[in-house]
Design a protein around this ligand. Structure first.
Ligand code: ADP
Ligand code: MG
Length: 271
C-alpha cells in the first residue's frame, strides 16, 4: 500500500495517451499515475484496450497522442528544436529496460532449460557474464519456487511452472516496473493459484506492477488501485472494493455483475 502523504513524483505517468489503429481508438486519452511499489490492476471486457495500453508503456506500440513519463522524464519521445520526435532505437532499447513484461503465452525457448531461458536476456541484452547471469538466474528461479526445476526443459514443466519461469525471466532483467498481460488466462484452472501466489509475493516485496487480469479476487486482495477500461477509455478507477463492488457507471455495473463481484443491491440496480 502506498500511504505516503507527501506528494511524490509518480514512477510512471501516462498523460492523455492515445493509440489508434486506423479509425479505431484502441486507447483513447488515458491518463494514470503509477507510484513506486504500487499494484494496479487493469480490468475490462475483451477489446477494451488493456493489452494495447500495457504495450504502449513498454513501447511495443508507438503512441499517437499524449505522453508517457518515467521517473519524471518523457520516454518514447523527446523534444528536439521544439518538435516532438520518437527517440532513437538505442535510447528506446535503454528505456524499455525499465519494464519487464509477462504475457498470457509464456513463449519459452523449448530447447533451453529453465535456467538457460532466464539467463539468456541478461547475457545478450545487458552483457552480463555467464557465471553472474547464472547466479541471477538461480536466485530468481528460487524466488518463483522453481529452485528444483532449473535444469528442466519447458516440455517437462506444467503450464503454471512455465509461466513462473517466464516471470523469473522478467525478474532476471531487474526491471523497475513489471507488466503482466493476463498471466493466468492460458492456464488450466488448478494451475492459476501457484502463479498468483508468486505475483502476490512480488507485490509483498514492494514490486511496482501493472496487471491486466480477470482474476477479480486477486485484484481485490492485491491491488492498490483497480482501473476499468471500456472502448479504449478508463471508465472507473479507485480502491478495489469500491470499483469491484459498487462502481458508479452503468457500464461498469453491468461488467462487474457479469463477473460476479457486484454487491447485492448494486446487482439489482444493474439489471
Ligand atoms: P484487450 O486487451 O482489452 O482485450 P486490446 O488492447 O487487445 O484489448 O485491443 C483493443 C482494440 O484494438 C480491439 O478492438 C483490437 O481488435 C484492436 N487492436 C489491437 N491490436 C491491434 C492491431 N495491431 N491492429 C489493429 N487493431 C488492433
Ligand atoms: Mg488483451
Amino acid at each position: 500500500m502506498t500511504t505516503d502523504l507527501k506528494t511524490e513524483t509518480p514512477l510512471l505517468q501516462l498523460v492523455g495517451v492515445s493509440k489508434h489503429f486506423g479509425e479505431l481508438r484502441a486507447v483513447d486519452d488515458v491518463s494514470l499515475n503509477i507510484n513506486a511499489g504500487s499494484v494496479t490492476c487493469l480490468v475490462g471486457p475483451s477489446g477494451s484496450g488493456k493489452s494495447t495500453l500495457l504495450r504502449t508503456v513498454n513501447m511495443m506500440e508507438a503512441i499517437d497522442g499524449g505522453a508517457i513519463f518515467f521517473e519524471g522524464r518523457m520516454i518514447g519521445h523527446e523534444v528536439r528544436k521544439g518538435h516532438r520526435v520518437p527517440v532513437s532505437k538505442r535510447v528506446a532499447r535503454k528505456q524499455t529496460l525499465n519494464f519487464g513484461m509477462v504475457f498470457q503465452h509464456f513463449n519459452l525457448f523449448p530447447h533451453y532449460t529453465a535456467l538457460e531461458n532466464v539467463t539468456i536476456a541478461p547475457m545478450i541484452v545487458k552483457g552480463v557474464k555467464k557465471e553472474a547471469a547464472k547466479e541471477i538466474g538461480r536466485r530468481v528461479l528460487q524466488q518463483v519456487g522453481l529452485g528444483n526445476r532449473m535444469d528442466h526443459y519447458p516440455s517437462e514443466l506444467s503450464g503454471g511452472q512455465q509461466q513462473r519461469v517466464a516471470i523469473a525471466r522478467a525478474l532476471a532483467m531487474e526491471p523497475k516496473v513489471l507488466l503482466f498481460d493476463e498471466p493466468t488466462s492460458a492456464l488450466d484452472p488448478e494451475l492459476v493459484s501457484e502463479v498468483l501466489t508468486v505475483m502476490r509475493g512480488l507485490a509483498d516485496l514492494g514490486s511496482t506492477m501493472m496487471i491486466v487480469t480477470h482474476e477479480m479476487r486477486f485484484a481485490e486482495d492485491v491491488a492498490d488501485e483497480v482501473i476499468m477500461m471500456d472502448a479504449g477509455r478508463i471508465i472507473e478507477r479507485g480502491a478495489p472494493k469500491t470499483v469491484l463492488h459498487s462502481p458508479s457507471t452503468p457500464r461498469a455495473k453491468k461488467f462487474f455483475a457479469s463477473v460476479g463481484t457486484l454487491a447485492p443491491q448494486e446487482r439489482l440496480d444493474a439489471q
